[in-house]
Design a protein around this ligand. Structure first.
Ligand code: KIV
Length: 271
């Protein structure tokens, strides 16, 4: 029996070719079937089920509390939606730091149970053994350097990273190690644009930036932020491509009025 693989699906090999061709890569986060379907139909290259779900979906202050089970639950919906995009699931805090064995077991579990294409994890040299084991086991891995929100308690906030020479040099070195280990892509978050340009030129895998300037091979944003749903959050790097908070509140307010004044449902809307 032969299984049909749709050739319109994005793959890690196609992403690498896009970097070689100088074709920019567009990535957005997604946490549910409905919105992921719309973004996939629009032609996004990669969908990231980010652990930012901890903030956006669950209302936590940090990304740290979200669990592997919760990430798998959310990722399943996004995988069902994705006809074209490559789906990446964030490995949550605590799921890859304890031991290489546990890291590989969790990565395999995420791939098997959610159906996603790849996992993403935060960090450089410190987590290299875990990354190597995952790649050897056949798990495609995306790296994440610069501002790594799972380490917020170590950094003491969400400020710009790698401003100083020592941290910048370590970041370039880490990116090269991740690239050599076989990561199919690396996210760079909130670092100076010139440093991101240097990293992008120094590695063979596609580099995806968020708050890392325009020289990266692609960009990623949190969907709810770029849609203008998250009202309290407007860092310098964020562009609002829509203002849906006003739309949602307006629609909810119209609905409430229609219920209260008994104009909804009308005779046409009744059986
Ligand atoms: O969790 C997330 O949404 C992310 C992106 C900000 C890259 O890691």
């Amino acid at each position: 029996m032969s299984v049909h693989v749709q050739n319109s699906r994005m793959t890690t090999a196609k992403l690498r070719q896009m970097k070689l061709n100088g074709e920019k890569i567009a990535m957005l986060t997604s946490y549910d079937f409905t919105l992921a379907s719309l973004v996939d139909e629009a032609g996004i290259d990669m969908l990231l089920v980010g652990d930012s779900a901890s903030n956006v979906v669950c209302g936590n202050q940090y990304t740290l509390p979200i669990t592997v089970d919760e990430m798998i639950f959310l990722t399943k919906g996004v995988v069902h939606a994705a006809q074209h995009a490559l789906v990446v699931c964030d490995m949550p805090f605590g799921s890859y730091q304890v031991s290489e064995e546990e890291a590989v077991r969790n990565a395999i579990r995420i791939l098997k149970e959610s159906g996603c294409d790849a996992v993403k994890l935060e960090g450089g040299e410190e987590i290299l053994p875990a990354i190597r084991h995952m790649i050897q086991a056949g798990v495609p891995v995306m790296g994440h350097l610069g501002l790594t929100p799972q380490s917020v308690n170590q950094f003491g906030g969400y400020g710009l990273r790698a401003k100083e020479e020592t941290e910048a040099e370590k970041l370039v070195h880490d990116a090269q190690l991740l690239d050599e280990a076989g990561c199919f892509s690396i996210v760079l978050e909130k670092i100076p644009a010139a440093l991101a340009a240097r990293v992008t030129a120094a590695v063979s895998c596609p580099v995806i930036g968020i708050g890392a300037g325009n020289a990266c091979d692609g960009q990623v944003l949190v969907l709810h932020d770029m849609l203008g749903l998250n009202q309290g959050f407007k860092p310098k790097f964020l562009r609002h491509f829509a203002r849906l908070a006003d739309e949602v509140k307006g629609a909810a307010s119209d609905y409430i009025t229609a219920v209260k004044d008994s104009s909804f449902p009308s005779a046409e809307e009744s059986y």
